[in-house]
Design a protein around this ligand. Structure first.
Ligand SMILES: Cc1cc2nc3c(=O)[nH]c(=O)nc-3n(C[C@H](O)[C@H](O)[C@H](O)COP(=O)(O)O)c2cc1C
Length: 181
C-alpha cells in the first residue's frame, strides 16, 4: 500500500485523455471521497454535477480558464456552490452560525482535491478546471448558482507527453518561514 505522501506526489494533472470511460463504481467512490470533504462550519455548500455527455464535457473544457490544451476527459464533476453561498449571501453552517462567501469558495476546492486523490488511489487520471462561469452560460442549468471549479476524470492517453509538465514544486526551503514572513 502506498503511503499518503507517495500517493500525493504521484498524482499529476492529466492533459490528454483517452476515450476510455470511468467505471460507475469508481465514479461513485470518487463522489464519496468528495462527500467526506471538510468545509467551513461543516456547511457542505456544494452540489456535485456529474457530466458524461461528450458535447457537454467539451463545452466545460472550453469554458475553463486555461483548458484549451486538454483533450476531453470521459467524465466531469462540476462543483456548484449551494444556494445562498452563490450570491455572496451568508450560508447556514451545519454546526452553528453562517459561512460567508470566502469560506464557501475555499470550501469548494476541498472536494476537488479529495476526489483527485481518491481517483489517483483508484488508478483514474484527473484534471482540475477553474471555470469561466460566463462561458458556461446555461450549460449546467445553474440558475443563480455558481460552479467555479470542476474535476475531469478519465485515463491518460498512452504516449501523451503533457501529463505532469507543470508538476514541479518549490522546495520547502523557499516556502517555509520561521515565526514570521
Ligand atoms: C484551484 C485550481 C484550479 C485549477 N484550474 C486549472 C485549469 O483551469 N486548467 C488547467 O489546465 N489546470 C488547472 N489546475 C491544475 C493546475 O494547473 C495543476 O494542479 C498545477 O499545475 C500542478 O500540477 P499537478 O496537478 O500535475 O501537480 C487547477 C488547479 C487548482 C488547484
Amino acid at each position: 500500500m502506498k503511503s499518503f505522501l507517495e500517493l500525493a506526489k504521484k498524482r499529476k494533472t492529466t492533459y490528454e485523455f483517452s476515450k476510455k470511460a470511468v467505471p460507475a463504481p469508481a465514479l461513485l467512490k470518487i463522489l464519496e471521497a468528495g462527500r467526506w470533504s471538510p468545509s467551513s462550519l461543516n456547511a457542505q455548500p456544494w452540489h456535485f454535477i456529474v457530466v458524461k455527455k461528450p458535447e457537454t464535457i467539451k463545452a466545460i473544457v472550453r469554458a475553463s480558464y486555461y483548458g484549451s490544451f486538454h483533450t476531453a476527459p470521459s467524465a466531469v464533476i462540476a462543483i456548484a456552490l449551494e444556494g445562498h453561498a452563490s450570491g455572496g449571501k451568508k450560508h447556514r453552517g451545519m454546526l452553528r452560525g453562517e459561512v460567508g462567501h470566502d469560506e464557501a469558495m475555499m470550501s469548494v476546492s476541498m472536494p476537488v482535491l479529495m476526489m483527485a486523490l481518491e481517483a489517483e488511489d483508484l488508478g483514474v487520471d484527473a484534471c482540475m478546471l477553474s471555470l469561466d462561469e460566463k462561458k458556461l452560460g446555461g450549460l449546467l442549468k445553474l440558475g443563480f448558482r455558481r460552479a467555479p471549479i470542476a474535476i475531469g476524470l478519465g485515463y491518460r492517453e498512452l504516449g501523451s507527453t503533457s501529463a505532469g509538465m507543470m508538476h514541479k514544486r518549490k522546495p520547502l526551503s523557499e516556502i517555509v518561514k520561521k515565526e514570521r514572513l
